[in-house]
Structures are given as structure tokens and as C-alpha cells.
Design a protein. Structure first.
Length: 251
């Protein structure tokens, strides 16, 4: 999905580095991993690349990982931008602001974890395939019209869904561990994330309601938030990427 940043990054002279999480795509599987195992990996990568300081852009499910790195390495992470970000689900008393599929998966996790595991394995052969062009209009019908409009562009569609296909091809166990990380407590408080945080969220986001992000905004000590009307989960980062990156590099 880092391809979506390419044009804006070139215009702004930004170097984008987009690593896969453990067990995703070609990255080595790490059993029973936890969110707080991510910051040391980021530190090792930054050391390898000779980066003393850097900023982080996190879209959707990348949000917990950016928060954890900012919390663990405030001396290296200059600022983070969270776009259409996933909230700390374990902290939520009410799941109504989550996509119905996510609510369903959380319920299965509590009541029938083995069935959920089977369903992940059943889904893999389908999720790992390239979606034929003739089926794309059917997929878009399930999305908010704002998201469907931007994903009618073939380049945007491929950038979004190719990442998912590669993830499923890598390891179904990696996908399941990744899903587990979102449902568990993060291991730190948002109130202790002291680096500058830029929150961007579409008011028509169906995956994570912008109202959840408003609650996150209240908990962050150094935060600026932008709630964009007429933007959904996918359309926000696609249509506003240059604005998001330009703001991040001066945060």
C-alpha cells in the first residue's frame, strides 16, 4: 500500500520505508507475538538504515504499531500520523463503532475460537487470489460510496487489495496472530504517548467510526485531529495523502 504514497512523497522529497510485520507477506513468522515486540524491530531496522530519527505514517491497522513505537522510542520517533486508524479495541466498552465483520469476529473469538480459526483457514484460498476485474463492481457495492468511487481506479484498487493478497499468501498463522494483536490490550496507555500525533479520520468511515477517534484524541497529550467530511476508510488516505505527508514532516 506504500505505492499510494509514491507521487506525494516524490513531490515532497520524502523517503518512504514500508516493512511487513512478522508473518505478513514474506516476513518471517513469529509465534505468539505481542504488540510491544514491534518497537525493537523498528529500532533494528532504523539502525540498519542509519536513521537516528524518523516519522511514522500509519493507515488503518498500522495505528497500534505506530503508537507503540512512539511510546517506546520518543527519542527517535519525531511524530506520527494516524490515518483511518484502528482504536484500542480491548479498551472499548461498546463495539458499535466497529465494522460489523469485526464485531462478528470478536464475538466468535469469545464464544467459538476454534471455529474462528477454521474460518481463517477456509478464507485463505479465496483471499490470496487476485480478484477478477468482472467481480470488482460486486466488491465495491459493499463499501461506502466515497470509498467505492476512489477504488474504481485500477491503480488504487490494486494497491489496496494486493497488500491483502500478499499477506494471506504468506501465512494464515501470521494473519491470525496479527488479528489477535488488535483484540488484546496494547500494553501501554495512550496518555503516555508524548510525541506529536496527527489524527486523520473520515466522517464516513465504516470500519472505525470517527467517534472512536474523538475519544482517542482526548487521551493523547500532544495531538491535532482532522475529521474530514465526505471521506471514508479508503478514500481519505488516497485523496489526501499529499496533505497528510506535508503536515507530518513539519509536526
Amino acid at each position: 500500500m506504500a505505492q499510494l504514497t509514491n507521487d506525494a512523497a516524490r513531490d515532497l522529497c520524502i523517503h518512504i520505508i514500508s516493512p511487513d510485520r512478522p508473518g505478513i507477506s514474506g516476513s518471517s513468522f513469529q509465534p505468539n507475538r505481542r504488540l510491544l515486540e514491534w518497537p525493537p524491530i523498528v529500532a533494528q531496522l532504523a539502525d540498519h538504515l542509519g536513521l537516528a530519527e524518523f516519522r511514522m505514517l500509519a493507515i488503518s491497522g498500522g495505528a497500534p504499531y505506530a503508537y507503540s513505537a512512539a511510546w517506546a522510542m520518543p527519542e527517535r520517533v519525531r511524530a506520527i500520523a494516524i490515518v483511518s486508524g484502528a482504536p484500542p479495541i480491548a479498551d472499548l466498552a461498546d463495539h458499535s463503532g466497529l465494522l460489523r465483520l469485526y464485531r462478528w469476529m470478536l464475538k466468535l473469538r469469545r464464544t467459538s475460537p476454534e471455529l474462528l480459526r477454521i474460518l481463517f483457514h477456509v478464507a485463505r484460498p479465496f483471499a490470496a487470489r487476485r480478484i477478477p476485474i468482472r467481480f470488482r463492481p460486486l466488491i465495491l457495492k459493499f463499501l461506502h460510496p466515497y470509498d467505492a468511487a476512489v477504488l474504481r481506479d485500477n491503480a488504487a484498487f490494486e494497491a489496496c487489495f494486493e497488500s491483502a493478497r500478499r499477506a494471506w499468501r504468506g501465512s494464515v498463522e501470521g494473519i491470525m496472530i496479527d488479528a489477535q494483536v488488535y483484540a488484546e490490550p496494547w500494553g501501554f496507555r495512550l496518555e503516555d504517548v508524548n510525541v506529536p500525533v496527527r489524527l486523520w479520520h473520515g466522517k464516513q468511515d465504516r470500519a472505525f467510526s470517527f467517534r472512536l477517534t474523538k475519544e482517542i484524541e482526548k487521551r493523547l497529550p500532544n495531538c491535532e485531529a482532522r475529521y474530514i467530511n465526505g471521506a471514508g476508510h479508503y478514500s481519505l488516505p488516497i485523496r489526501h495523502m499529499r496533505e497528510i505527508l506535508a503536515d507530518l514532516i513539519v509536526a
